[in-house]
Structure formats: C-alpha cells, structure tokens
Ligand binder design. Sequence first.
Ligand code: B1M
Length: 210
Amino acid sequence: EDLVEQMHNDLYDGLREEVEEGTNILLERGWTPYDVLTQALVEGMRIVGEDFRDGILFVPEVLLSANAMKAGMTILRPLLAATDAPKQGKLLIGTVKGDIHDIGKNLVGMMMEGAGFEVIDIGINNPVESYLAAIEEHKPDILGMSALLTTTMPYMKVVIDAMAEKGIRDDYVVLVGGAPLNEDFGKAVGADAYCRDAAITVEMAKDFMQ
Ligand code: B1M
C-alpha cells in the first residue's frame, strides 16, 4: 500500500494533519481501526525509533512524530473503544516515575477499553505514592505499569515492594510492559506477567479475570 508508506513518511516528518488525513482515508477504504493502528502508526513509530537510536533523529523531531501519532490515535480511539464486549474488570495504568513516554500506555488503555475493561489512566511520571493513592481510590482489578527506559524500569519493583509492604500486593493483578522489558524482568520485579504488546495485555488481563 502506497498510502501506508506515505503515512510512515508523514509520521517520520511529524506531519500531524497528513497523518490524520491518512488515518481517515484508510478507514474510508475499509481498513479496521486495529490494522490502521498497527500497520500505519505503530510501524511508522518503530521506524522513527530506529533512527532516533542511531542518532539520525533527535528529541524535537521525535516529539513531532509522537504528536502526529497521537493525533491519529485520537481518531481511532472511539472506534477501538466501541464495544459490545461484556464488562471485564477495571485496569489502573500509569507510566513510572522519571519516564514520560506514554504512547504505548495509551494504546494499551485503548485496546483494554475495546475489550470491555474500565480504564483509569494516571498518566506519566508516577511516584509510588500516586500509584498507591490511585489503587486506594479506584480499587482496580489490575494494576498496569509502563516504562520505556532502562533507567526507569527498575522503579516497578519499588511500587510492587511498597504494595507488598502494605499487605495489598496479592489483592491485585500486576501487569508490566514497555519496550526494554522482558519476561525475566517481569518475574524479577514480582509482577504477575510481562506484556509484550497491547493485544497480549488484553489476553493476559482476560485470563486473569477468569
Ligand atoms: Co524516547 N527513548 N527518550 N522519547 N523514545 C526510547 C524509549 C529509546 C529506546 C529510543 C532509542 O534510543 N532507540 C530510548 C531508551 C533507551 C534505553 O533506555 N535503553 C529513549 C530515550 C533515550 C529517550 C530520552 C532519554 C532521550 C533524551 O532526552 N536524550 C528521553 C527520556 C524522557 C523521559 O522519559 N524522561 C526520551 C524522550 C522521548 C520523546 C519525548 C521525544 C518521545 C516520547 C513521546 C511520548 O511518549 N509522548 C520518545 C519516543 C517517541 C521514543 C520512541 C522512539 C518510541 C516509543 C513509542 O511510543 N513507541 C522509543 C523507541 C522505541 O521504543 N523503540 C524511545 C510506540 C509504542 C506503541 O510502543 O511504547 O513500546 P511501546 O508500547 C508497546 C509495548 O511496549 C507495550 O504495549 C505497547 C503497545 O503495543 N507496552 C505495555 C508499553 N507499556 C505497557 C504497559 C503495559 C503493558 C504493555 O501495562 C500492562
């Protein structure tokens, strides 16, 4: 598809309106919201990530790409969240302290809503106190934590340890995710599961709710 390639380029160039337009055109052509999301937006951001890593793109440029991606996600969100799925449970999700990456977290939230979960999103840069306060307030079934930096991912253990200290760790399912994590890391910090992507998060969450 030429248009998909064009969207990868537009995302790379941080062209918000063009990404919005491409998103709408693919939908008009009958693409599912999920395919637009994964093949056009997520794949485009993967390419951006490579050139960011290689020092070809820099923070200001990647920020524009991220904003263009978010604009596309805004169009897809109501479509993905519209669901007849029976109510599944409640997810509380946030990015850990020191980390402001939120695209993956937002995507997980959208997909979980679409699967029938109620989603409470506490945003980015969350210290342990805000997780604990939000758990107390919202009493979710599942706590989800996101981290995109190798320097911030160990903070997940701080949160899980604090829950254990309060004697509430086992009252919740704890799922963790983010590009630098893996299954071993998830085990090491004491999470119930590591989730590689949004679709797997939905499956895991459903399994745990059974
Ligand atoms: Co950042 N950044 N960044 N960045 N950034 C990465 C993560 C990096 C890998 C890029 C690179 O060098 N290749 C690198 C980290 C290296 C490392 O730690 N080893 C990096 C760096 C270094 C930095 C800065 C330090 C750069 C600097 O300032 N010098 C800085 C740190 C800021 C901070 O957080 N304190 C920084 C800043 C930024 C921007 C602000 C420019 C922007 C973020 C904008 C935003 O989020 N609003 C940004 C971006 C966009 C990226 C990359 C390019 C893309 C991330 C993304 O959105 N991916 C990223 C490169 C990469 O990841 N390869 C990079 C798309 C998204 C859909 O995927 O987030 O992986 P992802 O989420 C997936 C799964 O991981 C999973 O499901 C999602 C959907 O399938 N998942 C979960 C994620 N969270 C989950 C939670 C769950 C379950 C599943 O809970 C249950």
